[in-house]
Design a protein around this ligand. Structure first.
Ligand SMILES: Cc1cc2nc3c(=O)[nH]c(=O)nc-3n(C[C@H](O)[C@H](O)[C@H](O)COP(=O)(O)OP(=O)(O)OC[C@H]3O[C@@H](n4cnc5c(N)ncnc54)[C@H](O)[C@@H]3O)c2cc1C
Length: 488
């Protein structure tokens, strides 16, 4: 029986472990913290339940496929509630627009803002579908390669107009829309990959297509349920998940990973090791791999986030599940986050109000708000010092938006980029590892098959194909398939 040690119980580690346990491997997951899920975690405050990280679930088939590999049916273990509208966007001038899985309904919303914008939306989605149909089987589900590898897999040359990496997301927004509000809306999707839209490849314009085609979902009970059902599937297939078990060192013999040493001195022998920790931690601490550590350190890091979890009294009229308020000057926000790191004065505010879909996350009649703004990483900004002041600033912003946050606030929990770093090991609290910036960024992410040691594989949002729950699950799929190819 192939023995596999998985380091980290984030979505990527749990996803890979589910597939490997399902394939009959002897799987042990070791997790440094006391809980599972990594960035996808949960907090309870005054009877209010909060997801601490991801709040939007897209592409649920990635989870269904992962569970199916362990003979578990998604619908038997998790109730996915559809979220409509997908998101409600608002601007300073009082205007608002909603996106829906119904393409025509969203197109009509765009048309209200600008004549012809509805048709541009339809074309954007059609273009997104072409990009998606090519990239899912040939790039996102396979170990990272070059454009040439993709062409080889597809059997024909790749048309760069399908990938759209030669233009930036901002350029696509400018070409499609004249109205600055619609441009902002499209540019926002760069932040799903932790990037600046002025430098992010236009490929990211595929995201509105994936949201429209595959929907926005909320697991009843919260996003953390995803980690729980994965853990249950691993255990059902005989695997083990150990929490409070920090990996200290990966042992390598004759160029191959042979085991993992834990902080308490325990040694776990392995035929293969899957690393779910951030690539910089893997190459800088768990292994001596200076070349790979340098490559990761030199790549641009993704954005971090400043989070407030607010236990709110009462219900808010006109609050959707996902809400965005755009700033007057979006460029200034990205300059604050990436160029001259400082807490943004007027950031886009994202507010997730899951009680709109799932009342179980708050006491009857109340709400649990998850408020997230883009933030520079800890390091360039000292978030230990800046956190409290910025919390007051964001509460002021919420009040200025007419939400009466302070008046109804029962309790608050804050997560700064420094907290994210401490709690999940993400350097500086970078949410998505290295940022997807520049035309070749997608090809330069750390590989799932480690070049530093044989039989060592990466299943993490900091490696290929990238961050966000669905892509991290694909990272777990690729890593598991590589293990089975080499050791199965
Ligand atoms: C605020 C926020 C909002 C987000 N919003 C969304 C969203 O709406 N939708 C979406 O799809 N994604 C979202 N994301 C991104 C998503 O959460 C991540 O891409 C994904 O959860 C990363 O999973 P992972 O498995 O790569 O790593 P992680 O979640 O970082 O897990 C790594 C695990 O490894 C453990 N570990 C570290 N070092 C060791 C060691 N030495 N030994 C043992 N264990 C170790 C850590 O404790 C951690 O549990 C968000 C993230 C954040 C922080």
């Amino acid at each position: 029986m192939t023995r596999v040690v998985v380091i980290g119980a984030g979505v990527g580690g749990l996803g890979a472990a589910t597939r490997l346990a399902g394939a009959g491997c002897d799987v042990t997951v070791v997790e440094a913290s006391d809980g599972i899920g990594g960035k996808l975690n949960t907090e309870v405050l005054d009877g209010h339940t909060f997801d601490t990280g991801p709040s939007l679930m897209t592409m649920p088939f990635t989870l269904a496929d992962t569970l199916a590999a362990a003979d578990v049916r998604l619908e038997d273990v998790l109730e996915l509630l559809p979220v409509e509208p997908i998101c409600r966007y608002r601007w300073h001038d009082g205007s608002q627009l909603e996106t829906w899985t119904d393409e025509e309904r969203t197109a009509a919303e765009f048309e209200r803002f600008e004549r012809g914008a509805g048709e541009e939306w339809r074309e954007l989605l059609a273009q997104g579908q072409r990009t998606w149909d090519m990239s899912l089987p040939l790039f996102l589900s396979e170990p990272v390669g070059s454009l040439l590898d993709i062409a080889r897999r597809s059997g024909r040359p790749i048309d760069p107009r399908v990938i759209q990496a030669h233009v930036t997301l901002s350029q696509i927004a400018e070409r499609r829309f004249r109205d600055p509000r619609l441009r902002q809306l499209l540019e926002r999707f760069a932040t799903y990959a932790g990037a600046d839209p002025a430098r992010a490849p236009g490929t990211l314009s595929v995201i509105p297509y994936t949201e429209t085609a595959f929907g926005a979902w909320h697991p009843r009970g919260g996003m953390h349920r995803i980690a729980e059902v994965l853990r249950a599937a691993i255990e059902l297939r005989g695997g083990e998940v150990r929490t409070g078990a920090r990996a200290e060192r990966i042992h390598v013999e004759d160029g191959a990973a042979v085991g993992v040493e834990l902080a308490d001195g325990t040694y776990l022998a392995a035929d293969a090791v899957v690393s779910n920790v951030d690539a910089s931690h893997l190459y800088g601490t768990l292994l001596d791999a200076p070349k790979q550590a340098r490559q990761v350190a030199e790549a641009p890091q993704s954005v971090s986030g400043f989070v407030l979890m607010l236990a709110m009294r009462g219900r808010t009229p006109d609050l959707a599940h996902h809400n965005i308020w755009f700033p007057r000057d979006y460029r200034a926000e990205f300059a604050d986050v990436f160029d001259d790191p400082q807490p943004a004065h007027d950031p886009a505010v994202y507010l997730c109000n899951p009680a709109a879909t799932d009342p179980s996350c708050a006491p009857p009649g109340d709400e649990s708000w998850f408020v997230l703004v883009n933030a520079p990483r800890h390091g360039p900004v000292d978030w230990e010092a800046a956190g409290e002041r910025y919390q007051e600033h964001i509460l002021d912003r919420l009040d200025a938006l007419g939400l009466d946050a302070r008046g109804r606030l029962k309790a608050v929990l804050r997560r700064t980029p420094a907290d994210l770093e401490r709690l999940t090991g993400a350097p500086g609290g970078a949410i998505y590892g290295t940022a997807s910036m520049g035309p070749r960024a997608a090809f330069l992410r750390p590989r799932n098959e480690s070049p530093a040691a044989r039989r060592l594989y990466l299943a993490t949002g900091s490696a290929h194909p990238g961050g966000g729950v669905p892509l991290v699950l694909l990272s777990g799929k690729i890593a598991a398939e590589l293990v089975l190819r080499d050791c199965g």
